[in-house]
Write a protein that binds this ligand. Structure first.
Ligand SMILES: [Zn+2]
Length: 197
């Protein structure tokens, strides 16, 4: 077995190019070829074979720098823009308006208009207290766009019909808000806002 000192398997590096600076994660792996990924998090990741030199890796990045920076900038632009947290009364109005907008969708199912409570929640967007007839919405939703507030409000309303996330729940969501999956995906991008105090 060779005792030769190996370079670290993973490091974060910067590379200045005429087009701009690239920050990237360099990983040395048991691979035959270079593998470049530009993830949605705005970070590039380059995997290289163990025996490849740093200079070779950088030459590769320089060659692709225009493409990499275009992708990194696009990922940056796609980050959600958070609205400032409004005062509590405004927040209450925004969330009540969301509830009023989506409630008519469920009325045909016999859902009674619920009481709305607001709470700052760490990891949840809302809650349905179906037995007590009220829903709770996370005040951080005020920082998200209207269509996402509507999605969460409807999600909680549908829990009056289905208390779990079984097939009936999702079928009803599909029927009432056919694009709810894409809204949920967008909302995930707002995770940091929803964890805000
Ligand atoms: Zn739920």
């Amino acid at each position: 077995m060779s005792q030769r000192k190996q370079p670290p398997p993973e490091s974060i590096r910067r590379l200045d190019t005429p087009e701009g600076t690239i920050f990237y994660v360099l990983r040395r792996k048991r691979v035959k070829n270079l593998n470049l990924r530009v993830g949605s998090g705005g970070v590039a990741a380059l995997s290289i074979p163990w025996n490849m030199s740093q200079a070779q890796a950088e030459a590769f990045l320089r060659e692709k720098s225009g493409w990499i920076l275009r992708h990194l900038n696009r990922a940056e632009a796609a980050k959600p823009d958070l609205l400032p947290q409004p005062p509590r009364e405004v927040c209450a109005r925004l969330l009540m308006e969301a509830l009023l907008r989506v409630y008519p969708l469920t009325r045909g199912y016999g859902v009674a208009f619920p009481q709305l409570k607001l709470r700052s929640m760490k990891s949840q967007r809302g809650n349905c207290h179906w037995a007590q007839g009220y829903i709770t919405l996370n005040t951080a939703l005020c920082r998200c766009p209207e269509e996402l507030r509507d999605y969460v409000a409807l999600h909680e309303l549908v829990h009056f019909l289905y208390h779990d996330h079984g097939p009936g729940f999702y079928e009803t969501m599909d029927e009432l808000m056919p694009d709810w999956r894409s809204r949920r995906k967008t909302l995930k991008g707002y995770g940091a806002a929803l964890e805000a105090p």
